[in-house]
Design a protein around this ligand. Structure first.
Ligand code: FES
Length: 354
């Protein structure tokens, strides 16, 4: 199935002062995806090819064209470039869709689905929300955390949906700043930081005993992910009912003792083979890039999955993995940006997203 596309712009929507939606003209390409998935976008910025992952904010059954929504981030080369130059970009190189953070048949059959997001974490949740409102009769609780109401992406659309689907959609807005007085168009408004107790109470109050059977989708910064994970684990929700999408997780500590000597790694990439000399503490990706082996990568923190490869021989230590499901890991797939060779006979082959 085709996964690589070159699209034009159909429309640009300025959502807030810090976020923009790009609606793509797919040039007749058929593009199938599931609500909640992401694409990898490559642009040439100041003469350099840059690739980043963005969640689709459109929903398959709701929107005629695929779209991404991008928010400015500190030191975010691509996001900040899109925010300032969106109207001038002539062509969007897209690879995807990717990701396991998406609606399934079980989601559509749930009595309740809980969506918890912060900042631009609303993007895949907005896609999921639109899809579920159209294709299911599930009840939805959305908890959306932002600094102020002016920062809420899709604010008018969300408020409209809440009005139209008031019998099955509850939106709780959390405002951590104090610059604005919020409007009274949300089911509930919380001013100040969301605490564990508060989140637990919101879930229990809205879902009653159904909280145990609900599916939970959480997307946002690390702090929110951690808080939501603690609450959901504390409620003893089975793991398979809980989906998380990370933006920038904290680097996890290395928990094994890595070899103190340089290790050789044979890497097969695009019909070429290179022998890398990986220094202690370095990842295979770092060494490959240093040696000008142009393997694909984006996040370098184990969340996008672009640097996936198959381990053909030897052993590696994978520091963190937020994207490959366990069955793929058991089949020998690894993330090069997180992998340190543990011995001298490691052989890997890049595979593209699995
Ligand atoms: S570069 Fe994103 S997971 Fe490795």
């Amino acid at each position: 199935m085709k996964q690589h596309y070159f699209w034009k712009t159909a429309c640009i929507i300025r959502e807030t002062t810090q976020s923009v939606t790009v609606i793509f003209d797919t040039q007749g390409d058929v593009f199938s995806f599931k609500a909640g998935q992401f694409v990898n976008l490559t642009l040439s910025i100041n003469g350099e090819s840059v690739t980043r992952s963005y969640s689709l904010s459109s929903a398959p059954e709701h929107d005629a064209h695929p779209a991404i929504t991008v928010k400015a981030v500190q030191a975010g080369i691509m996001s900040n470039y899109i925010l300032t130059h969106a109207e001038e970009i002539q062509e969007w190189e897209i690879d995807g869709p990717h990701g396991f953070f998406h609606v399934t048949t079980e989601t559509e059959n749930c009595k309740w689905v809980v969506l918890i997001g912060g900042g631009s974490g609303i993007t895949p949740l907005y896609s999921i929300l639109k899809q579920l409102l159209l294709t299911s009769s599930t009840n939805i609780l959305l908890v959306d955390s932002n600094k102020n109401e002016g920062d809420v992406i899709f604010a008018n659309a969300l408020a409209y949906m809440q009005q139209v689907f008031s019998d099955r959609l509850k939106i709780v807005q959390v405002f951590t700043g104090s610059a604005e007085t919020p409007t009274a168009r949300w089911s509930e408004i919380i001013q100040g930081r969301l605490s564990r107790i508060r989140l637990k109470k919101i879930i229990r109050q809205n879902l009653g005993d159904e909280y145990l059977n609900a599916q939970y989708f959480v997307c946002g910064p690390d702090g929110l992910l951690q808080l939501a994970t603690e609450v959901i684990s504390g409620l003893e929700i089975p793991q398979h009912q809980f989906y998380q999408e990370y933006f920038q997780p904290k680097a996890e500590e290395i928990t094994v003792s890595l070899p103190q000597e340089m290790q050789e790694v044979l890497i097969h990439h695009r019909e070429q083979s290179n022998l890398l000399e990986v220094e202690p503490g370095k990842t295979i990706l770092e060494t490959a890039l240093q040696d000008h082996v142009r393997v694909p990568y984006s996040c370098k923190n184990g969340t996008c999955g672009i640097c996936v490869a198959k381990l053909l021989d030897g052993d590696v230590y994978m520091r963190q993995n937020y994207v490959l499901p366990n069955d793929r890991v058991n089949e020998g797939y690894i993330l090069l940006c997180q992998s340190h060779p543990l011995n001298n006979n490691v052989t890997v082959e890049t595979t593209g997203f699995v």
